[in-house]
Design a binder for this molecule. Structure first.
Ligand code: TTP
Ligand code: MG
Length: 359
């Protein structure tokens, strides 16, 4: 049997803003782009939620529901920083940490559990440590499976702790609406409700053949999850070893200026990824493919590490110029960085939900 925690920050972006700007504490706060710019709410403080404000809502609607709400633009760098801090607190507890986004992760604490250190106690201690060290609250779900732990973490927000004891999974899930189940999106929900299936218990008790006929493999999976059966393991993301970007041309290019422009553009793409993953590396690599399809790489290790597009395109451009002789023409160019500074295992940062109009 496994013991899994699912931890999720409460009103993450909004709480970080309240942490950094004390005058916003206790007030309705929404993070996202401006109403004029057709912005969307990324995160709403619990004070704002009392007025019906929700994530993904147009900012215009949020301001109508709660005119006194303070809107602030998102500061992704800051959220990433806190995300790194919380993940490292999690990794202090167990190496089996699977981040799902900046603000949530699964932790497999099976080996941490002892007679006098039960999962509920472990979770409470984790919440306390996050609160003490970061000044923010997380909600935690504790269960024997990932899917139940995730649903549990949402039950008692904010600052929640919900423990589903072993053997209680099915009973815990039973009264919940089908939308709470993993993998039940709006389309599936609509079809299930049309058939009179409204709770997770209804799915659990539903005729297996009917589910199979109507939803195929997905139907089978839904029923297993509804019964509280879920064998999926906590997956530790692998360390990023290099970051690169490349492009193939419609027509081979020999012009040095045009090629340098491509290197600049690729450097920007790489720099963006490096920033997102909070990495900086000392080895810059250039990949080239000639008209005759010969492919090779050239690389240089610098005495300092680079992250910005400018710092990257300069050495990459030098590597390029050394190859521009005899009228050579190229059909592909790639730019990459490796030799990252952090020696600590650095997980691939889970991707971020994106919305237009953040400001
Ligand atoms: P969530 O954990 O879904 O939301 P939350 O932390 O703001 O609130 P809750 O207390 O209900 O957990 O998402 C985490 C962050 O991800 C959120 O603060 C902002 C960002 N996000 C978006 O940018 N767009 C979205 O639609 C959602 C849901 C989240
Ligand atoms: Mg959250």
């Amino acid at each position: 049997m496994r013991h899994i925690l699912h931890a999720d920050f409460d009103a993450f972006y909004a709480s970080v803003e309240q942490l950094d700007k004390p005058h916003l504490r206790g007030k309705p706060v929404v993070v996202g782009g401006s109403a004029e710019g057709r912005g969307v709410v990324a995160s709403a403080s619990y004070e704002a939620r009392e007025f019906g404000v929700r994530s993904a809502m147009p900012m215009r609607t949020a301001q109508r529901l709660c005119p006194q709400a303070v809107r602030v633009g998102a500061r992704f760098e800051r959220y990433r920083e806190i995300s790194r801090d919380v993940m490292s607190i999690f990794r202090d507890l167990t190496p089996l940490v699977e981040p799902l986004s900046l603000d949530e992760a699964y932790l497999d604490v099976t080996v941490v559990v002892e007679d006098d250190n039960q999962p509920a106690k472990i979770a409470a201690a984790l919440k306390r440590r996050v609160k003490d060290e970061l000044g923010l609250t997380i909600s935690v779900g504790v269960a024997t499976t990932k899917s139940v732990a995730k649903i549990a973490s949402d039950m008692d927000k904010p600052d929640g702790l919900t423990v589903v004891a072993p053997g209680e999974e099915r009973a815990f899930l039973a009264p919940l609406p089908i939308r709470d189940l993993w993998g039940v999106g709006p389309k599936t929900a609509e079809r299930l409700i049309a058939a009179g299936i409204e709770t997770i218990a209804d799915i659990a008790e539903c005729d297996a053949d009917w589910l199979q006929e109507n939803f195929g493999k997905h139907g089978e999976q839904m029923q297993r999850l509804a019964l509280g059966i879920d064998d999926s393991v906590v997956v530790v993301s692998r360390e990023t070893k290099s970051v690169s970007a490349e492009t193939t041309f419609a027509q081979d290019i020999g012009d040095p200026d045009a090629l340098q422009e491509v290197v600049d553009r690729l450097s920007q793409r790489v720099a963006q990824q490096l920033r997102r993953k909070q990495l900086q590396g000392r080895t810059v690599k250039l990949k080239l493919r000639l008209s005759d399809f010969t492919t090779f790489t050239r690389q240089r290790t610098l005495p300092y590490s680079v992250q910005s597009a400018a710092d990257l395109s300069q050495p990459a451009g030098e590597l390029l110029r050394a190859e521009l002789y005899g009228g050579r023409r190229f059909r592909l160019i790639g730019v990459g960085v490796s030799g990252f500074e952090q020696s600590e295992a650095h997980p691939d940062e889970p991707h971020q939900l994106r919305f237009a109009g953040f400001g």
